[in-house]
Design a protein around this ligand. Sequence first.
Ligand SMILES: [Zn+2]
Length: 375
Amino acid sequence: MTVQTPATTPLLQREGSWLAKSMKANPGDTHHLPILAEAEKRFYGAMGLEEFYEKLIKFIDNKIEPVQGEPLSLDQLRKVDTFTRDYFIGKLPEVETWIVRGFVLGKLLETRERTAPPHPKIDLDKLPAKVREAAKEYKLTLRETRAIEWAESYGAKNLSNATNDTINRVQNVLFDNVKQHLGPRSLRKALEAEFMEDEFEINRNWRRVANTETNAAYNQGYLAQIPPGEWVMGFSNPDACYHCKRLIDGKVYQVIDVAGKNMSYDDSKNPEALQWLWENTVWLGKDNFGRSGAEQKRTPTGLVDREHHEKYMPTLPLHPHEHCRWVRISPQTQYVNSKGEMRMRVMDEEAWKAWYSASIKPIEGKLGMMLKEAT
Ligand SMILES: [Zn+2]
């Protein structure tokens, strides 16, 4: 009997249903991993936007009492801001819960890819909710603990940005309402739309937080399972954006260990070597904060080219609100075809050879030297 080697790993079978859906999806709408989709939905639900909207209306009615046609005082605005901030900052424990669970899912699903089924069903509610519970239950290594802490601070940063955006938006809605004599009923309607409807800014922002954080944590958990020196391939939905197609989908990167260094350009002995590492490798905690997909930026004197440290580099998430993920690849036995799909070397030795010498060899040849020179 001959053993059949699958042409693609089952994990990479694409489902046509994603094609129909767009990047504007709700948490959990478009996803290749149903359990992660469920985690996104639960994260979003935990933010309690409807509950907050009702509390905010009551607060404005009872504590602010805006008088139509009269400008709001600084003190009134400050009170609304504080009320909003307190609510969302109070959600930090929820954020922690879903980041820990996203991370653990990355760890569990990576393990499943390497082990034979049947795999028991994962119950999200039984996964740890706190970093220390996860550390204990899964005996996390120092590298993993750092990775989960990174995901937490990434999450806290996005929570605080989304909170500030919410504060500004609530202020604007309130301001316009009073200025235009629209009355309390209209204020209620405007705020309800902001918090509840997909295409309004506040709702959209919080959906983005749930999607992005869950995926960021998942990819950290997955990546933390890959020993430095091994490789990952990026995997994007067919509706992924230009930058994800360019830098992630079907692209292969070696996982390196930066041992807690921040890989900042300022601390580098050799900025060119460091730039090369940013372009060709991935590590735990690599992020695109402060970077952009645009080649140029606006300055007071006109458009100028962005510096290296201002441009998107391959990392996940590449940008907010995306569903790309890493999958482990072994360049000795697998390759990526022209469609960006993973194939087994035994299926086509010539194709493997061509891919290996174009995509792996040039990186392998330089990596040791670059690592030594960069930091
Ligand atoms: Zn993208």
